[in-house]
Design a protein around this ligand. Structure first.
Ligand code: ADP
Ligand code: MG
Length: 240
């Protein structure tokens, strides 16, 4: 579903992604891990053109989104993104947050959008928060609302950038459980995470990035028990 070919990204003189190639199949759950500053967020953001690659190609369903004339908004509709810091509209209720894009961007009628939003809020355990404002929610609830909002666009894939890094420890689990629940629905997911236990349990594939290079693509069992590169061994020795 997602194919990355010889991707390079530089910010000025700083080379952040160095010849990354990767294929992600439909329904696959991929954990993107690596040291801070290794280029994980940049890679994720290149998948929906929040960053424009310096060179190389990204194909979504066979379409080269890095080609000229791509409808960027259409691409982003199809790839839901969840950030570390929620990004909910503060002046809208959870329900208003949920139905905004489906009604404004996709032209879904309001009643349908609300019904579907309620189903999603139930799925993430927030059915009683539909009329609450984000500031009244806990961090974990905000992140679950952000996930539900992204799902409301019925994306083909979800991109998560450290979805639990800004949360107090006691709220990490409730968010990881929601993401884990999604893994069984057949949606494609790419998750940047420092939660190694989660990555091991949920991912089909681990991608290890270091200094902008994709050094390993392995199954969780292989990666965590027998990493191929010294860099990965060193990384794991620090985080496990
Ligand atoms: P990670 O998510 O793995 O921590 P990032 O992809 O955020 O890494 O960043 C990789 C490198 O690129 C870092 O050195 C970071 O400072 C740099 N970087 C990221 N975004 C920008 C930007 N918009 N402008 C300049 N440098 C950036
Ligand atoms: Mg990052």
């Amino acid at each position: 579903m997602i194919k990355v070919e010889h991707l390079h990204k530089s910010f000025g003189k700083l080379e952040v992604l160095n010849d990354v190639s990767l294929e992600i199949a439909k329904g696959e759950v991929v954990a993107l891990i690596g040291p801070s500053g290794s280029g994980k967020s940049t890679l994720l953001r290149c998948l929906n053109l929040l960053e424009v690659p310096t060179s190389g190609h990204v194909y979504i369903d066979g379409i080269d989104i890095t080609a000229k004339g791509t409808n960027v908004l259409k691409i982003r509709e199809n790839l839901g993104m969840v950030f570390q810091h929620f990004h909910l509209f503060p002046h809208k209720t959870v329900m208003e947050n949920m139905i905004y894009a489906p009604t404004k961007v996709k032209g879904v009628d309001k009643e349908t959008a609300k019904r579907e939003a309620m189903d999603l809020l139930r799925q993430v355990g927030l059915e009683d928060k539909a009329n609450s404002y984000p500031e009244t929610l806990s961090g974990g609830q905000k992140q679950r609302a952000a996930i539900a909002r992204a799902l409301a666009m019925k994306p083909e894939a979800m991109l998560f950038d450290e979805p639990t890094s800004a949360l107090d420890p006691e709220m990490v689990k409730e968010v990881l459980q929601v993401i884990q629940g999604l893994a069984h629905t057949g949606i494609t997911m790419v998750i940047v995470t420092h939660e190694m236990g989660f990555a091991r349990n949920v991912a089909d594939k681990i991608c290890f990035l270091d200094h902008g290079q994709l050094l390993e693509v392995s199954t969780p069992d292989v990666f965590f028990s027998n990493p191929k590169t010294e860099r990965a061994k060193e990384f794991l020795s620090k985080v496990l």
